[in-house]
Design a protein around this ligand. Structure first.
Ligand SMILES: Nc1ncnc2c1ncn2[C@@H]1O[C@H](COP(=O)(O)OP(=O)(O)O)[C@@H](O)[C@H]1O
Ligand SMILES: O=C(O)C1=C[C@@H](OP(=O)(O)O)[C@@H](O)[C@H](O)C1
Length: 164
């Protein structure tokens, strides 16, 4: 079977839903951010500060490639769709679910953000600009879009299982 990939903006629920799906389906869950932190022995924040975003994107792409063809659920980072090659890979080699949340919903969810998401530490205008720029990229990479606003995490996980 192709691996499952969860994509979507920061705060869309990729990590939470990935964990739930892993329990419900008894599949291993791979969180790409966690893998990068483990392999580099650095936090995402430190990577952005000292190495820069491009360096991080290279690591992210390498990680995605590594899990291609494996029987796993992959929770990606919100920017995995930045590179065309990764969008193509997600479309061709994964069952890819786009967890969609409105910008307003994400603002509510990440209101007490702890500073671990460097690209969220920006003005509201810049956050919104990034959000809008990425919408079409998620669409290109995904097989299904799942609306998450106002919905319980269990219900979202069940919908994904149903679609599988
Ligand atoms: N469907 C949902 N309803 C309400 N809150 C949610 C939902 N999905 C995720 N969250 C909350 O939003 C925050 C970010 O979720 P997370 O799973 O870390 O997102 P991501 O991995 O996409 O950045 C967490 O506090 C989480 O509990
Ligand atoms: O949107 C992005 O570019 C990023 C999202 C983060 O993951 P989450 O979507 O899990 O917050 C993390 O990969 C990094 O901070 C960059």
């Amino acid at each position: 079977m192709k691996p499952i990939a969860l994509i979507g903006f920061m705060g869309s629920g990729k990590t939470s839903i990935g964990q739930l799906l892993g329990k419900k389906l008894a599949y291993p869950v791979i969180d790409l951010d966690e893998q990068i932190e483990k392999n580099t022995n650095m936090t995402i924040g430190a990577i952005f500060d000292t190495k820069g975003e491009e360096w991080f994107r290279n690591k992210e792409e390498e990680e995605l490639n590594k899990w291609t063809g494996k029987n796993v659920i992959v929770s990606t980072g919100g920017g995995i769709i930045s590179r065309k090659q990764s969008r193509i890979r997600l479309k061709q080699h994964f069952h890819t679910f786009w967890l969609h949340a409105s910008f307003e919903e994400i603002m509510k969810r990440l209101v007490e953000e702890d500073g671990t998401r460097p690209l969220w530490q920006k003005s509201k205008e810049e956050r919104k600009e990034l959000y809008l720029k990425r919408e079409s990229m998620y669409k290109q990479a995904a097989h299904y879009m799942i609306s998450t606003d106002g919905r319980k995490k269990h219900e979202i996980a069940e919908e994904i299982i149903h679609l599988m």
